[in-house]
Design a protein around this ligand. Structure first.
Ligand code: NAD
Length: 493
């Protein structure tokens, strides 16, 4: 059994409570690692340490902060194999789809590039005189993340915090806590000062201790809609900023003129990728009733082509779900789809392997948008095809959802597709593909959350505006300083 510490405060590993989280490999059901769990007093110490570090870190010039993140990026590349193996053995994502981790490198590069475009200062004048408007970091950020994309989930909280001059306390998911712990060492090796980044491992109780802590100024959360609502409630009395990246039930609208052979690979990639454990998965597919069978056949063939197997086996294309609980939950939804009258075209409730928490990639046809499988987030490899008679009906029903994270529209006429996309209530929408450039702001509307990650806009909620009345004589100097640098020029150390 490999042992990890789960509490990292002020640059020092701690033993935490007497409790441990045992990490079980979802492919083999073998327990292989243990990590320590934080206490409430660890949470208090972690926030205090981050608050102390904020006083100096906020003054560190941007180019110095960038240099540390650049060094960290190199270290992530050097440690990719190790991090990928931890990910495979913690949540079952196949080793072949190392895309997620290479994407994490793309993510880091995107942050490093876009932070240089942030305008940290600006002069504005009118008949009352002039004001210098500064954007300053806000303080301690609590990053609370789920298990579905280890490394990437953590970095989406840590990096924008650090680059903008905030400090951070990370709470990883109890299902996949190990990559968060490894990242602490890599940041220390990259030269991040103690206290700027801290780790408290645990479950909902540790999450709530962070959310309610008076020293935390912002919650950067990714997870389920139910937890997001709870966090919003808990954060309200202390007026913390909340950024919530929540669940989804994203619709793909296949317009009548679309070429089904072009559409199907996109739906398969984003319906079954990561065994469907992606918030933006395209799980509701609206198709003109006349083409449902054609598309259904292509999706069923794609589902049957998948090789289910252990995450570390290079021939595996689809891994298990993260836990037995998740496997049972997803199988329950599939059974409900059958019971509510949808047509099962591929997959089903059979457990495809004796060991491991696998679910067969499943395709339902003739789904009605009011069915449970069309309304609730399944977070498993299940695609629901919903036939429509008019495009207006497809748009209306796509919007008939508590969620509004992502979407896609497919057509031979990209302009028409964009017009339809603009009628969807979602944060992002792809045209004739399933994803967007990494620097496009990402986040949801309605039950899919509040705020945006990625791109220049991804830094907005990490900065606060402060306005200062200034004498006219200071304007030229401040205008010269108003570029992206906050905190003066680097002395290079
Ligand atoms: P979850 O909400 O159960 O847990 C997420 C994190 O919140 C975990 O670290 C958990 O320990 C913590 N937590 C749980 N209860 C808490 C509480 N009361 N207070 C504070 N923290 C608490 O979600 P999950 O099952 O780990 O992840 C799956 C969900 O995440 C799905 O709904 C998925 O759509 C969503 N997700 C969203 C995005 C996005 O960008 N929108 C990305 C990935 C995953």
């Amino acid at each position: 059994m490999e042992k990890f510490s789960g509490v990292y405060i002020d640059g020092v590993w701690r033993s935490g409570s007497t409790d441990v989280i045992t990490v079980v490999d979802p492919s083999t059901e073998v327990s292989w690692a243990q990590i320590g769990v934080a206490t409430r007093s660890d949470v208090d110490d972690a926030v205090r340490s981050a608050d102390n570090a904020f006083r100096t870190w906020a003054q560190v010039p941007l180019d110095r902060r960038i240099a540390i993140v650049q060094r960290f990026t190199e270290l992530v590349r050097e440690h990719t194999d190790e991090l990928v193996r931890i990910r495979c053995r913690s949540m079952g994502s196949p080793i072949t789809s190392s895309k997620t981790l290479s994407n994490s490198n793309g993510l880091l590069e995107m942050y490093l590039e876009t932070v240089q475009q942030v305008q940290f200062g600006q002069v504005r004048s009118d008949q009352h005189g002039s004001a210098y408007i500064m954007r300053r970091p806000i303080g301690v950020v609590a990053g609370i993340v789920p298990w579905n994309v280890p490394v990437r989930n953590e970095l989406k909280k840590i990096i924008p915090s650090l680059l903008t001059g905030n400090t951070c306390v990370l709470k990883p998911s109890p299902e996949s806590p190990l990559t968060g712990a490894r990242l602490m060492d890599l940041f220390a090796e990259a030269g991040l000062p103690p206290g700027v980044l801290n780790l408290v491992t645990g479950g909902a109780d540790i999450g709530e201790a962070l959310v309610t802590h008076p020293g935390v100024r912002k919650i950067a959360f990714t997870g389920s809609t139910a937890t997001g609502a709870r966090i919003a409630e808990l954060a309200a009395p202390t007026f913390k900023r909340i950024q919530l990246e929540l669940g989804g039930k994203s619709a793909a609208i296949v317009l009548p003129d679309a070429n089904m052979s072009d559409v199907a690979p996109n739906l398969l990639a984003f319906g079954f990728g990561n065994s469907g454990q992606i918030c933006a998965s395209l799980t509701r597919v609206f198709v003109d009733r006349r083409y449902q069978e054609e598309l259904g056949d292509l999706l069923a063939e794609g589902a049957k082509r998948h090789v289910l197997g252990p995450a570390l086996d290079p021939s595996t294309t689809l891994g298990p779900l993260v836990s037995k609980r998740q496997q049972e939950r997803v199988l329950g939804y599939i059974q409900q789809g059958i019971d509510e009258g949808a047509t099962l075209r591929a997959g089903g409730v059979n457990k495809p392997r004796d060991t491991g928490w696998f679910v067969e990639p499943t395709v339902f046809l003739n789904v009605n948008n009011s069915m449970t499988i069309a309304q609730e987030e399944i977070f498993g490899p299940v695609i629901s095809v919903i036939p429509y008679d008019t495009v207006e009906e497809a748009i209306r029903e796509a919007n008939n959802s508590q969620y509004g994270l992502h979407g896609a529209v497919f057509s031979e006429d990209a302009e028409y597709a964009l017009n339809v996309a603009m009628q969807l209530e979602t944060g992002t929408c792809a045209i004739n593909s399933f994803d967007l450039p990494i620097n496009a702001p990402f986040g949801g509307v309605k039950g899919s959350g509040i705020g945006r990650e990625n791109g220049l806009e991804g830094f907005d909620s990490y900065l606060e505006y402060h306005s200062y009345k200034i004498p006219e004589g200071m304007i030229p100097q401040l205008q010269a300083d108003s570029g992206p640098q906050y905190g003066g020029e680097s002395n290079g150390d």
